[in-house]
Design a protein around this ligand. Structure first.
Ligand code: ADP
Ligand code: MG
Length: 279
């Protein structure tokens, strides 16, 4: 048999391998970075629950963290404002305005005024609506009644709850519905005038109508806040976020513009997850 010299090398016929990870590089000249993590690792006693979470978050954008249950989304999010202190060992740097807020000498309470967090289950205090919002402020500083009134009104308006509660500010917050309670805890976080808002599955307990209104609220808040949100709801991530990070087994596997993640992800695992083919 004659050798066929036109044969191409075998390698040209092997389909290009999908990368195992793809993390968007933010260009600091084009994107203002609000917060970034470097070499972040989280251990629960000796168990490594999160690694290679090197992500940068753009200011005034919404970033969704998605991934299966147990993939490390909450572990990552909680580390960002030191909620894992005393629970886990968090190594690495978390840079905020040129400071490593994961370092020992940071005043954690002061830092949390800048980086606020709202948990999955709304947890209003057993106090009035008004006192829920002013509590943290009055613990830390002196405010006149007028100042507090103003902050209560502004934060409730930002959280789209003012119209519903303005005549009952001194009623117990425990009487609010689930959707209202979620708005209240957001108003409470906003009262501290944070820069960054961390939200861990904030609408998982809401009915579809409250959830839709909540999404509208987040889109309005984006004008003034940088938002990082863990969500189980992929439609929600696709609707509201500018960027999406997909977590798998304690690592951020793919991080990119949301429209890229949901139309043509680069990593096969991401594609499996968003198309619902997760084994
Ligand atoms: N307080 C904790 N103590 C020990 N292990 C934990 C704790 N919180 C989370 N984990 C473990 O860390 C891993 C990631 O969990 P988590 O961050 O809650 O995932 P997700 O939010 O994506 O569902 C899981 O294996 C979980 O069991
Ligand atoms: Mg979680």
């Amino acid at each position: 048999m004659q050798a066929n010299h036109d044969l191409k090398p075998v390698s040209e016929f092997i389909p290009e391998q999908a990368p195992e990870r793809h993390i968007i590089e933010m260009n600091p000249k084009k994107h203002e970075i609000a917060l970034s993590t470097h070499n972040l690792q989280v251990y629960y006693s000796k168990k490594l629950a999160l690694s290679e979470g090197d992500l940068a978050f753009e200011r005034f954008k919404i970033t969704s963290l998605i991934g299966a249950s147990g993939s490390g989304k909450s572990t990552f999010l909680r580390s960002l404002n030191r909620m894992n202190d005393g629970v886990a060992t968090v190594n690495g740097q978390i840079m905020y305005r040129g400071l490593d807020i994961n370092s020992k000498d940071i005043d954690v309470f002061e830092m949390r005024r800048h980086i606020g967090m709202v948990f999955q289950k709304p947890n209003p205090f057993a106090k009035s609506i008004y006192d829920n919002i002013t509590f943290a402020l009055t613990q830390r500083g002196h405010y006149s009644k007028d100042q507090l009134d103003e902050i209560v009104e502004t934060s409730l308006k930002q959280a789209a709850l003012w119209d519903q509660v303005k005549d009952e500010l001194h009623k117990s917050a425990l009487a609010l519905s689930g959707g209202q309670a979620q708005r209240l805890v957001i108003a409470r976080a906003l009262a501290l005038k944070p820069d960054i808002l961390l939200l861990d599955e904030p609408s998982s307990a809401l009915d579809p109508i409250s959830s839709a209104r909540f999404e509208d609220t987040l889109l309005e808040l984006k004008e003034h806040y940088t938002i990082i949100i863990v969500t189980h709801n992929m439609q929600q991530a696709a609707r509201i976020s500018d960027y999406t990070a997909f977590f798998h087994l304690g690592k951020a596997i793919e991080y990119d513009l949301t429209r890229k993640i949901f139309t043509r992800p680069k990593v096969a695992l991401t594609n499996d997850y968003i198309s619902g083919n997760f084994g």
